[in-house]
Ligand binder design. Structure first.
Ligand code: ZN
Length: 229
């Protein structure tokens, strides 16, 4: 499902679209927010945008965008072979990791995903690893992720989806840019921030709207991106 069809995430989707268009998307992300608001769907939509064969292009009122006169790719078409394969969960470059029957994500699951990111994308442009209910990551699994989140393989993006980001290790949180979705009944507005308890120099290196918002958020602890004039 492309960004445009996801309800209640307009601001987060716009942030992601802008970052992707600028090629400044942070490679390690946490999508946080209440249960059942469509966080995983948003992660899948991002994977579709990054691999769509005929993406929707639009002009974004912001400097520094890549793209030609027809605008930058800001949403997936939802119809091409790549989009459909991602939606069906059978795209070779979009890996989904989820808890097993015990509710836990084990270290072997994480290691397998990391091993697969060592290779260049097989059929798409970007490899996307979506870890759903990431709060179920066992401690060894989180430890196994640290190095990869710090320096993800080229062309790879890791998205940790969780309604309880605070149960993740601070060392995991500190390596990811966090996007927060509102409750379904809340205002249609997301925000980006990082764990205030962990300051890492690498955190502030993010470019583009997401990185800027992070830096602002770290100072003000408030959410939401201002639209650039
Ligand atoms: Zn497509």
């Amino acid at each position: 499902m492309p960004f445009r069809n996801i309800k209640g995430h307009a601001h987060v989707c716009e942030l992601l679209a802008r970052a992707a268009a600028r090629e400044s998307l942070p490679p390690s992300l946490i999508f946080a927010g209440p249960e059942g608001v469509g966080k995983r769907m948003t992660a899948i939509a991002l994977a579709q945008l990054l691999n769509c064969l005929s993406p929707i292009r639009s002009k974004i009122d912001a400097p520094g965008l890549s793209g030609d006169a027809t605008g930058a790719a800001t949403d997936a078409c939802g119809e091409c072979a790549s989009c459909k394969r991602i939606a069906r969960g059978v795209h070779a470059d979009v890996l989904q990791v989820a808890p097993g029957d015990t509710g836990a994500i084990k270290v072997d699951q994480v290691r397998e995903a990391i091993e697969r990111t060592a290779y260049r994308p097989f059929e798409g442009r970007r490899r996307v690893v979506v870890i759903d209910n990431a709060d179920g990551l066992m401690i060894p699994a989180q430890d196994a992720l640290l190095k990869t989140l710090e320096e993800p393989p080229p062309a790879s993006v890791f998205v940790l989806v969780t309604s309880r980001p605070d149960v993740l290790l601070p060392t995991v949180r500190s390596r990811c840019h966090r996007l927060r979705s509102p409750a379904r009944s809340g205002r249609c507005r997301g925000s980006v921030d990082r764990d205030p308890r962990v300051q890492r120099s690498g955190c502030a290196r993010g470019r583009g709207a997401v990185g800027r918002q992070h830096r602002r958020g770290a100072r003000r602890r408030s959410g939401g991106l201002r639209r650039r004039a």
